[in-house]
Design a protein around this ligand. Structure first.
Ligand code: SF4
Ligand code: SF4
Length: 283
């Protein structure tokens, strides 16, 4: 189990605990200020982050290590995520009452257009506190006249949309807005999602790996390599001599999206804890 399960889930999976989605947590004034600043200021702050990251990448190793450690500590407090396979998304959508689809702030900054891959979830019925709060913010990029705004979806429709995102190679994630409050579910990719770019390209940790790890069954795998194009984490390799694909558990994030490409159902996920070489690898 990851450290959030111990800290925020009392030893159970932290993102499956209804209390971590509650309006009570959202009533905290400090948290509301953080969320307000996040949505209102991130689009203008991001262009100023790029030179800082470039500078960090050229700094001596000990400076990089200290800065990355400090950023990680802060991120875990304020805004941190975890990869979750589709089964866990299904469980979350099974107990929340309200789902809203909204424009992705990352894609707006990296691509410049509205891409609707982010979902707010809440336990409240009707127009819940989180969305009332978002509507009160000064955020043109997902509430302005050129956007579709906040679209209400049924949990079943949201799950169908997540399955479609998965076929496109997007990995599902849950996100805190000051832990343990979970305010969103996202669909990330390594090209345009800032969190994933930070994690994979700049080595600035923004999310934990999933509680799972994937593996292939060599008796079922035909070596077609269809799955290779979906793995965003470079965890899969094709062996020409065995004519099979295998997964490096130490690199696997456990997102499970490779499964959607495999017609032979040769890929499955198992608990990370059951795979010794990956059990303690979270970042
Ligand atoms: S898609 Fe399935 S059968 Fe094809 S290489 Fe990948 S694991 Fe093997
Ligand atoms: S091999 Fe692991 S990281 Fe890559 S797509 Fe499959 S589950 Fe995700």
């Amino acid at each position: 189990m990851c450290e959030f399960c111990h800290k925020h889930g009392e030893g159970k999976t932290w993102y499956l605990q209804a209390k971590n989605y509650s309006d009570d947590l959202l009533s905290d004034i400090g948290r509301r200020k953080f969320i307000g600043d996040f949505f209102e200021k991130l689009p203008t702050r991001y262009p100023n982050m790029a030179p800082g990251i470039e500078k960090l990448e050229k700094a001596p190793a000990f400076v990089q290590k200290a800065v990355r450690r400090s950023l990680l500590r802060k991120q875990k407090i304020h805004h941190f995520g975890q990869v979750v396979p589709i089964e866990e998304i299904e469980k979350i959508l099974g107990f929340v009452n309200s789902v809203v689809r909204l424009a992705c702030v990352c894609r707006k900054m990296s691509v410049g257009t509205e891409q609707r891959f982010c979902y707010g979830v809440s336990l409240g019925a009707g127009e819940v506190e989180l969305f009332k709060f978002i509507k009160g913010l000064d955020t043109a990029y997902f509430l302005g006249p050129e956007t579709k705004g906040l679209e209400s979806l049924t949990p079943a429709d949201a799950l169908a949309a997540f399955r479609e995102h998965e076929k496109q190679g997007m990995c599902h994630t849950v996100w805190t807005f000051q832990a343990p409050f979970i305010g969103g579910l996202c669909n990330c990719d390594g090209t345009d999602c800032l969190a994933m770019k930070f994690q994979l390209k700049s080595r600035i940790a923004t999310f934990f790996r999933a509680e799972y790890v994937a593996g292939t069954d060599p008796d079922l795998c035909s070596g077609c390599r269809e799955c290779l194009r979906l793995c965003p984490f470079g965890a899969m390799a094709y062996s020409p001599s065995r004519r099979r694909v295998s997964i490096d558990a130490r690199r696997c994030y456990g997102c499970g999206i490779c499964r959607s490409a495999c017609a032979r159902k040769a890929i499955s996920i198992v608990s990370r804890a059951s795979v010794p070489e990956a059990a303690e690898t979270w970042l």
